[in-house]
Design a binder for this molecule. Structure first.
Ligand SMILES: O=C(O)C(=O)C[C@]1(C(=O)O)C=C[C@@H](O)C=C1
Length: 356
């Protein structure tokens, strides 16, 4: 499948607005402030999938006349809402919503995704954005995109909103940046948007996440904004006023997507050659280590000694990070590499032990 790039604007695409449409006044006032601050693509939740049944689940259809009023007041703006069923799609299209997105709780379920894809079949002019599934499963995310591609959607995009976790984390949803990076390697032309609000869960982290997304060449950001964030009916801690949002975005550095000149390209290629050489050395050293693991494995097998050696492993995992620190390497990074290496040693030795 070849998903095409349809977004040609050089600037990052900013989609912003309240987590939820709450009242006509709240929506119109927030949109007016957003337009005053230069924003033109507005998001607003109409239906909200919530974890617990007694949370605010969105105002529903009554939001459509409010959205219509906002668009009459500011004819240049576009509206994006979340859809989670064929019925939502039908209502959104009937009410001239410009952009649809599929939420993280929907992307996990191929039945729901297919139902929505069938409902938008033939819709050529509207962008459809697919949030990552709540669980870190790249195949599910790709599968959802493929379903929309298969029904002929031309303006497809992906939204990276982070992943649910049991691990303790500073994030509401851990970003796991390697997953959207892998998505981009599979679909290089896919429009990729970052959702700092749902990754962060709190205002203080928004800047750092948005900047990282720009450094990783995302095409845009979807960020929640509310006229009075602390009074928001949902996601109060992660929303910003339109003015604060503009200030934050003004302080973000937007990186060049392409190489500015030949000297720069030469310099980059020179360093990349050195990285290639260093990687060859790294792999040679790794291969030497794994040969020793095979040797010790053969020996332990002959002497009928167990593969896993707790004392030795404890020593390794204790002192490698200490050695690493002396070389100014991050201790946690090195620890996780050694955990992977040890897993591989066990795998190799298990193979040896299973040989006749
Ligand atoms: O020291 C050993 O006994 C090994 O087999 C080597 C090794 C390693 O990878 O360093 C692998 C498995 C053991 O649990 C401990 C260490």
């Amino acid at each position: 499948m070849k998903i095409k790039n349809w977004y040609s604007d050089k600037k990052p695409w900013i989609i912003t607005g309240p987590c939820s449409a709450e009242t006509e006044d709240q929506l119109l006032d927030t949109v007016t402030q957003l337009v005053d601050n230069g924003f033109d693509t507005i998001r607003a939740g109409v239906w909200k999938p919530r974890t617990r049944p007694n949370s605010f689940e969105g105002v529903g259809e009554i939001a459509f006349p409010w959205i219509k009023k906002a668009k009459e007041k500011f004819p240049h703006i576009q509206f994006a809402i979340e859809v989670a069923s064929a019925e939502h799609v039908e209502l959104a299209l009937k009410n001239d919503i410009d952009i649809l997105w599929v939420g993280a709780r929907t992307t996990v379920n191929p039945f729901n995704v297919q139902e929505i894809a069938d409902a938008v079949r033939g819709v050529e002019d509207k962008p459809i954005l697919i949030k990552n599934p709540i669980n870190p499963d790249l195949a599910l995310w790709m599968g959802a995109l493929e379903r929309f591609d298969a029904v002929g959607i031309k303006k497809l995009g992906a939204i990276h909103r982070g992943f649910s976790t049991y691990q303790e984390s500073i994030y509401r949803n851990i970003p796991l940046w390697q997953i959207p990076i892998e998505l981009k390697s599979n679909f290089p032309d896919l429009l990729l948007i970052n959702d700092p609000s749902h990754i962060a869960g709190k205002r203080e982290l928004l800047f750092e996440i948005a900047q990282k997304a720009m450094d990783l060449q995302y095409d845009g950001l979807i960020i929640e904004s509310h006229r009075s964030p602390n009074e928001a009916w949902s996601d109060a801690a992660q929303q910003l006023t339109p003015k604060a949002l503009k200030e934050m975005l003004d302080s973000i550095k937007i990186r060049e997507k392409s190489f500015p000149n030949k000297d720069f390209k030469n310099e980059l290629e020179g360093i990349r050659d050195q990285i290639d050489e260093t990687d060859k050395e790294l792999l040679e050293v790794l291969s030497r280590r794994l040969e020793l693991v095979k040797k010790i494995g053969q020996y332990k097998k002959e002497k009928n000694v167990a593969i896993f050696q707790l004392d030795r492993w404890n020593k390794i995992i204790e002192n490698r990070p200490v050695w690493a620190k002396k070389l100014h390497l991050d201790a946690d990074f090195i620890k996780s590499i050694y955990q992977d290496i040890h897993d591989e040693s066990i795998r190799i030795q298990t193979e040896i032990y299973n040989e006749e």
